[in-house]
Design a binder for this molecule. Structure first.
Ligand code: GDP
Ligand code: MG
Length: 301
């Protein structure tokens, strides 16, 4: 399957709901008026863009309609698509050019951190990079076992300690191992749940200090993984993690199973963090660079 058809099939639920609703609104109106924009706003909110983002998009469309003296409701759809593509068109490339560079993967339990790490490792390896994984989710034994399975599947080394050990120490050892092996990219998993929220945030801060100390001149990506199926909840999680870490990008997973694809717009607009990668399935190759244009195209037919 080509890349575009994958995102297209991934976003099928979102498109079915969203595109159909836009079509029926557009065809129900004979002229463009406030009522049409109210209905559009509602459709955007239903696709989980959040109210502020839906309002901003509609304001922009209204202005364009006025400036360009558009009268045909049928043209709204194309304009909306262009608006979505333009809003989302930011630099979303991974900055990992130093040797080594590090990707720290954070997010709450179950969002798809470990799976995304496996997918990212597979992709980097296929690009000829040497990758090493650090199992810094030491909260449950099953977590590092799951990362071990991905390491074996992809064929990359992994550093892990026992259950309950200090996650920052795992990160430290992984960096040391990467330096001695000459690895290109270090990817560290983290726990998504600790005894309490303060605990989790303190631990992320400690890990960040170790990284800054051990790799002062390296590229570091801090990727927050969010589960698209949780809609606005994902936006709330991003807000909380933003206080605890210098997030450089979002990995938005499970876009294949949801009609809430509009959450991409909310994250971009309300949090100003680029969505860099999207997960569109559970398999090794179900991870894509986020492309604003492909996304906008896939939201419609
Ligand atoms: P973690 O707790 O954040 O490490 O989450 P996991 O990586 O263990 O993933 C939790 C579940 O989500 C697993 O069953 C994964 O297979 C599934 N998952 C992860 N990414 C995706 C995705 O993009 N699409 C779908 N459908 N499932 C995913
Ligand atoms: Mg995990």
């Amino acid at each position: 399957m080509g890349l575009f058809s994958k995102i297209k099939s991934g976003l099928q639920k979102t498109r079915d709901q969203f595109s159909n609703a836009v079509n029926s609104v557009v065809s129900a109106f004979t002229r463009i008026d406030d009522e049409l924009f109210e209905e559009l706003e509602e459709i955007l909110v239903l696709a989980d863009t959040g109210v502020p983002t839906a309002q901003r998009i509609c304001e922009k469309l209204k202005k364009r309609v006025k400036d360009e003296r558009v009268t045909d409701p049928a043209l709204i759809k194309q304009m909306l698509k262009e608006e979505i593509a333009t809003t989302l068109d930011v630099d979303n490339s991974l900055k990992i050019s130093t040797k080594p560079s590090l990707i720290l993967v954070i997010g709450v339990n179950g969002v798809g951190k470990t799976t995304s790490i496996g997918k990212i490792a597979a992709r980097l390896k296929s690009e000829g990079k040497s990758v090493i994984l650090g199992a810094a989710d030491t909260f449950r034994a099953a977590a590092s076992e799951q990362l071990q399975i991905w390491a074996d599947r992809v064929g990359v080394p992994i550093v892990k300690h026992g259950e309950g050990s200090d996650p920052a120490a795992v990160v430290f050892d992984t960096i040391a191992s990467a330096k001695s092996r000459g690895s290109d990219v270090i990817i560290c998993d983290t726990a998504g749940r600790l005894h309490n929220k303060k605990n989790l945030m303190d631990e992320l801060a400690k890990i960040s200090r170790i990284i800054a100390r051990e790799l002062p001149d390296s590229d570091v990506e801090v990727l927050l993984v969010l589960d698209a199926t949780t809609g606005q909840n994902a936006v709330n999680q991003a807000r909380e993690f933003k206080n605890a870490a210098d997030i450089t990008g979002i990995v938005l997973t499970k876009l294949d199973g949801t009609a809430r694809g509009g959450v991409v717009l909310a994250i971009n607009d309300e949090l100003n963090i680029p969505v860099k990668l999207i997960g569109v399935g559970e398999q090794m190759d179900d991870l894509q660079d986020f492309s604003a244009q492909d996304f906008a195209d896939a939201m419609f037919d």
